[in-house]
Design a protein around this ligand. Structure first.
Ligand code: H79
Length: 568
């Protein structure tokens, strides 16, 4: 009896341990779990089109945010009377998405400005009351269905124009004395009922504008249930809740918050294979159309897609159509280039999962069944060296041409192909194994940066010393609240000649007194001292050969935090 029982318990425990985090979260959260089959479809799709559009395209400023800022609210709110996109053609939009290799379209049915792109009965501020008089949401939803693309809706929770929503423009900064959130919530739910009943089934509901104080996790949960009760197969993003970690888009307190996936914005999400995620990013700089908005290169576009897939996430790539209803020709051309690449190499993107190697600036990996697709952006001399895997490579094939070679040892895998076969954007090598590679644990690359600090905010890796030297201004070294003195140091791999330094404090200037030092042998020597640093400190000095450098902060108003220290 006893051994069997132990076995049963051991089996149950191991089964429990194997349950994905999503299932655990669902079990704890009061909201029902996502429809697994639909979520799987969405993950496999990997690539979707985001469309930000509305009367504000007439001005070329940002949708929602420019209301009461660049464009006076009174003027903004009258623009719909001139909105007449006579060249709008839903079939063409869908064709463009399909040619790009995208599998779903997310349309801004309502942004923070409150304008409704469908025939809503709940407000007059909608597309039917423009000179255009056509329900573009209806037309797009129908065209999607006919052409085999999944139609999805973006919907802003905040509405800075609606008299009941308690906050107004600019950017939700002005409280409305007569706001009534309960009444607004009825309006919000009523509008979603219309969308789900008359335009569905929808693939995804993409909420946004949840961060303002009138929204609560209880309202989020109620809204999540409301939408799922109207369409059970609906996938809903994490912005329905209240736990998004800023633009990184991950979900804090995942157990208590509704929402099926994370939403990094204008940044590629970090490797995360325990919970689905989707980066949303613009093809130019603005979400809404802007004349001559600088556009991303094909290299940026494709590497972004590959980095998302390699991190086990989706990419929702945004276009802002022009006020006459057309998408810009140069944007169409770029999307077609992406589609042509995907037509050839989509096997290494669609229906894959990220890893096992976590993406770096130089490479990413995706996998399916018994194959890993290695995507190399930058070579390290003649080859790339990857951390070892507990599985034996049988074969390597360069999908982008040439003969791939590999050498496998217990601690590393070295892969190469002839220089002439390297692709400028992405050289793809498929590695075949005897068994499935889906259960191989994700492996990171050991950091090349040897940095240390006297104090790291809450001992969190995200704020480690390395973040001050990683060349990425979006990451920072941070110290605990109230810290007045702290140092951060960098060890060079070999003695290095330096003659200038740039230092960028993150957030507000806090440093009040510091010394900048270097080490040749055993002792730190001071190169210079100063009082304030701020966001843009620069200093040149007599060249020295250093083994290490150190910023020693002697006084600060609060815990110092540094985005970058760059040496030359
Ligand atoms: O629709 C597009 C943008 O108009 C919209 N989201 C994409 C999809 C957008 N909403 N907010 N922003 C863009 C930037 C806002 C950032 C902030 Fe915050 C709002 C900073 C502080 C409050 C949310 C909460 C992000 C960080 C904390």
């Amino acid at each position: 009896m006893k051994p069997n029982l132990t076995k049963t318990i051991a089996l149950a425990v191991s089964l429990l341990a194997a349950l994905p985090l999503i299932a655990q979260a669902a079990a704890d959260s009061a909201a029902p779990p996502a429809n697994a089959e639909r979520l799987q479809w969405w993950r496999d799709a990997r690539f979707g089109m985001f469309i930000h559009w509305g009367p504000i395209s007439l001005k070329g400023t940002e949708i929602g945010w420019s209301r009461g800022a660049q464009v006076p609210s009174e003027e903004y709110d009258q623009l719909y009377q001139q909105f007449n996109p006579t060249n709008f053609n839903a079939r063409q939009w869908v064709s463009i998405a399909k040619q790009a290799g995208m599998k779903y379209i997310v349309l801004t049915t309502k942004h923070h400005d409150g304008f409704c792109l469908w025939d809503t009965k709940l407000t007059d501020y909608n597309i039917m009351n423009t000179p255009f008089h056509r329900d573009v949401t209806r037309e797009l939803a129908d065209a999607c269905r006919r052409q085999g693309i999944v139609f999805c809706a973006y919907h802003s929770i905040c509405d800075w124009r609606h008299p009941d929503y308690p906050l107004g423009s600019p950017g939700g900064k002005s409280p409305k004395p007569d706001g009534n959130m309960d009444r607004y919530n009825q309006y919000l739910k009523g509008q979603l009922t219309e969308l789900l009943k008359n335009y569905g089934p929808l693939g995804v509901l993409w909420f946004d504008g949840e961060w303002e104080s009138p929204w609560t996790v209880a309202r989020g949960e109620d809204l999540y249930r409301h939408c799922r009760s109207l369409q059970d197969s609906l996938i809903i993003n994490n912005r329905v809740g209240k736990a998004r970690d800023g633009m990184a888009g991950t979900t804090k307190q995942i157990h208590e918050n509704p929402g099926d996936y994370d939403t990094p914005e204008q940044t590629v999400g970090k490797f995360q294979n325990q919970r689905p995620w989707e980066t949303c990013m613009t093809i130019c700089n603005q979400w809404a159309w802007k004349p001559n908005d600088p556009m991303k290169s094909l290299e940026q576009c494709l590497q972004t897609l590959v980095l998302c897939a390699g991190g086990d996430g989706n990419l929702l790539f945004n276009v802002g159509p022009m006020p006459d209803g057309r998408i810009e020709l140069r944007q169409i051309a770029r999307l077609q280039e992406m589609g042509a690449w995907l037509a050839e190499y989509g096997d290494a993107i669609y229906r894959t999962r990220g890893g096992p190697w976590k993406p770096t600036k130089s490479l990413a990996s995706t996998r399916r069944d018994k194959s890993i697709f290695l995507h190399v952006f930058k070579w390290d001399g003649d080859s790339v060296t990857l951390p070892g895997l507990p599985a034996k490579v049988q074969r390597a094939e360069a999908l982008t041409g040439g003969r791939a070679e590999f050498q496998q040892q217990s601690d590393k895998l070295v892969v190469s192909i002839p220089r002439a076969n390297r692709q400028e954007i992405d050289t793809i090598i498929r590695l075949d194994f005897e068994q499935s590679v889906m259960d191989l644990r994700p492996v990171g690359f050991p950091s090349q940066i040897k940095a240390t600090a006297s104090n790291v905010y809450q001992h969190m890796d995200d704020y480690a010393a390395e973040s001050a030297f990683d060349g990425n201004p979006d990451t920072r070294w941070a110290t605990d609240d109230g810290t007045k003195q702290a140092w951060v140091a960098l060890e060079f791999p070999a003695p290095t000649r330096i003659s200038s330094v740039r230092i960028n404090e993150a957030l507000a200037p806090r440093v009040q007194k510091f010394e900048f030092q270097y080490r040749e042998g055993d002792d730190w020597k001071t190169l210079f001292t100063g009082m304030e640093l701020g966001a843009n400190f620069k200093r040149s000095f007599e060249p020295v050969t250093a083994r290490a450098v150190r910023l020693n902060i002697l006084d600060a108003t609060d815990g110092p935090t540094i985005a970058e220290i760059k040496l030359q």
